[in-house]
Ligand binder design. Structure first.
Ligand code: GCO
Ligand code: MG
Length: 435
């Protein structure tokens, strides 16, 4: 008889040790605990409620080893396909089930996925600065810290603040971070409020995303010069990446890709709004700069043309937002047959649990490309204890069973949820723009 282990309880934990995280915690009848990241930046409570109200009640009593079956039950059973909230919720169940299977069988998840295909994962760090000089300070800091590849973002003359560019670093003190802004004061309605208890109504009513400004022509004039400067400084070896954050039209993106060619970008990310698959045909006709897309996509169908027509080079989806290890593995296998590699999303709004899941999958697949890595704030380590680590400049998920990460639920209770939003972007005349 094959071994069977039953899901006995399902619990959703919302905590904010530095930023908001949603975690699904499944426990089997044998007492094995599995964790899954369900964090959807700026819309966290929607996923928490979806899990609590609609998914957790369906899980209790189910076979925890039947990972594919549970996935299909949740995906096809709901009838409403895809969607960030749905696919993030399903992902958390999937991660927790892989975790449980690994812990029950006493092997790391990457072994269940076929075993290690490499010693560790090449990862890129983040450098940004309001000016090219400030950016270079950040680039030098990342290289000194041991990052082998660096993403570079720079301020645009005439614009006061743009997402992805942070307050400038002092040499040696850098801590690059992309927060969602806590627009609402941290005050709670009462001192022993539950972590997921909504903020007082008057606070929610005043919570608003920050509004930033955008000017495409100024950006397109400035960026190629900055790429030239950084490339000249770091030399030919260091892989440099850049995130356009969906802000360009196809022809503008084509022009930028062409202008970037002499500086050998590892990739140009989200050069156009990611949901427009056909737009990439036009960009591809004009440039050989490699293209990465997909952090906001969440199913294999979102990649149907991107992959089958070879319109991109890297799949940016993370395990957390793309239906879990089970579904992202299928997208990446599809990509592999078309010469396309992984570039999994790894900002700090992917929780340490989601990062661990990315690393197990990345270690196992053949077509791994690069992993994004942005360190979590130290307070995150009061709640989560991962076993992933750096080995000779490469990231490794560790050899602990399952995903190799534990969560202190008491500590989680000390960091109550706080409303926080990603910004929105406007042009000088007030028009809302992609960002
Ligand atoms: C990246 C991203 C992030 C996202 C953020 C959204 O490449 O890391 O673009 O900065 O905007 O993770 O939640
Ligand atoms: Mg991005």
């Amino acid at each position: 008889m094959p071994r069977r282990t039953m899901i006995a309880s399902a619990e959703v934990i919302v905590t904010s040790p530095g930023r908001n995280f949603v975690t699904l915690r499944l426990t089997t009848a044998d007492g094995v605990v599995g964790l899954g990241d369900a964090t959807l930046n700026g819309r966290e409570l929607a996923v928490a409620a979806y899990l609590r109200e609609h998914i957790c009640p369906l899980l209790v009593g189910r076979d925890a080893f039947a990972i594919e079956d549970v996935w299909q039950y949740l995906y096809r059973g709901v009838y409403w396909r895809r969607g960030a909230v749905n696919m993030t919720a399903i992902s958390s169940v999937d991660q927790a089930l892989w975790d449980i299977k690994g812990r029950t069988l006493d092997v790391p998840v990457y072994e269940l996925l076929g075993g290690a295909s490499r010693r560790g994962l090449r990862a890129y760090g983040h450098a940004s600065g309001s000016t090219p000089e400030a950016l270079m300070v950040a680039v030098r800091n990342r290289l000194a810290e041991g990052y082998l590849s660096v993403r570079i973002q720079v301020g645009v003359p005439g614009l006061s603040k743009i997402y992805g560019v942070h307050s400038d670093e002092q040499p040696g003190t850098g801590y690059d971070y992309e927060p969602a802004e806590r627009v609402v004061p941290a005050a709670r309605s009462h001192p022993d409020a539950r972590p997921d208890e909504p903020a007082p109504v008057e606070q929610i009513a005043t919570a608003r995303p920050l509004e930033e400004e955008w000017d495409t022509r100024a950006y397109l004039r400035h960026l190629p010069e900055v790429l030239a400067t950084v490339r000249a400084e770091v030399g030919p070896e260091v892989p440099l990446l850049h995130d356009v954050h969906h802000r360009l039209t196809p022809i503008e993106a084509a022009r930028l890709g062409k202008a970037a060619e002499p500086y050998d970008l590892f990739w140009m990310e989200d050069c156009v709004p990611a949901e427009d698959q056909a737009a990439l045909r036009l960009v591809r006709q004009h440039t050989t700069t490699p293209l990465a897309i997909g952090e906001v996509l969440n199913s294999v169908w979102d990649y149907q043309h991107l992959i089958s027509e070879r319109l991109i080079d890297y799949v940016r989806s993370s395990v957390t937002h793309t239906g879990g290890i089970t579904h992202l593995r299928k997208i990446l296998d599809f990509a592999d047959w078309h010469g396309i590699r992984s570039g999994m999303h790894g900002p700090t709004d992917v929780s340490p649990v989601g990062m661990a899941a990315n690393l197990h999958l990345g270690l196992a697949i053949h077509n791994f490309g690069i992993q994004e890595f942005m360190p979590h704030l130290p307070t995150a380590w009061e709640v989560f204890t991962p076993s992933y680590r750096w080995v000779d400049g490469l990231l490794h998920p560790g050899d602990e069973p399952g995903l190799g990460i534990t969560m202190d639920t008491d500590a989680a209770g000390r960091f109550p949820y706080e409303p926080a939003y990603l910004p929105v972007n406007r042009l000088a005349d007030g028009t809302v723009h992609d960002w």
